[in-house]
Ligand binder design. Sequence first.
Ligand SMILES: [Zn+2]
Length: 351
Amino acid sequence: MSADILSNQYDDVRPRQAIGPRQAIGLDVGGTKIAGAVITEHGDITDPLTVPTPTDSTSGVLHALLGLISQLRHRNPAVEALGVGAAGLVEWPRGYIRWAPNNSYRDLPLRELLAEETGLPVIVDNDANAATWAEARLGLGTTYDNIAFLTVGTGVGGGLLLDGQLYRGHSGLAAELGHLIVNPGGERCGCGNRGCLEAMASGTALERLGRAAVTAHPTSQLAQLAGGNPNNVTGHHILDATRSADPVARSLFDEIGYWLGVGIASLANIFELELVVIGGGLIETGDLLLRPATASLESFAFATTHRPVPSIRPGTFGSTAGVVGAAHLALTQSIHPIADQSALPGCSLTP
Ligand SMILES: [Zn+2]
């Protein structure tokens, strides 16, 4: 359902001209930082704030979240809901965080705690789901109902919009697109498996390939930038060498783009996707990544003469997608009835 339908319902009871668009706080909890802002129902961002993610304890993370919320509410008293996108395994609709590999929190009933502390309607979802929602309902995907979103950074995350709704699986833990196996027996993934998309097509994979390239091509520009030492190679070295048209550095993008396209082809074959949106730090390289990914998708997609191949496009919101999507989910979740309303006491936004 679109934001227009939401605003029409809203206009039935409150005159829009007098109070402006609806607003919610969006928070994006990552392994290193917590980003927050106030988001309108149209996806406009105001009052962005960022703090480091406390790494010592769960209570430290909660304290930081409540501090951000307090600041944002004080300056923006019209906010009417709170949405959190959190890294890790997050149950939906409970907003219960089971585990996150890069955060200190474990078994945390975050939605319930934040609702008690703030009195606001709250949703807590996986960060990639929140970002998917932003790109699908406020970004490039607003005219499509079947979209895959992949965030390609240090790791690979993702989400699926199927038939116009986020696909969450049985308890909210679905769509771990980074752990789609694209190369059985390939590189070791952080999850313990081999050949996951994350192991083959992430920033981590790029640096691994960069180290091998420095050894294999000691006179390349990449090797010079790294001082001839494979262990010195960083993503910045690879990007700098690529900008200088170093063919060795460019070939690294050909390889991770290839694997990205392999994964996207499987997703497209299964779900008949209309659009694939790419976010995350590596998308800043644009066609360096997208061109080989598109070629690989077209090579592996099923029956391309009889059904279209989805286009692969960079996202609209960049690093703010999680914040925007979390807030927009908070504003719209009562419009999209969830499986277990009893799990969300006081959470209905319906007037
Ligand atoms: Zn994996």
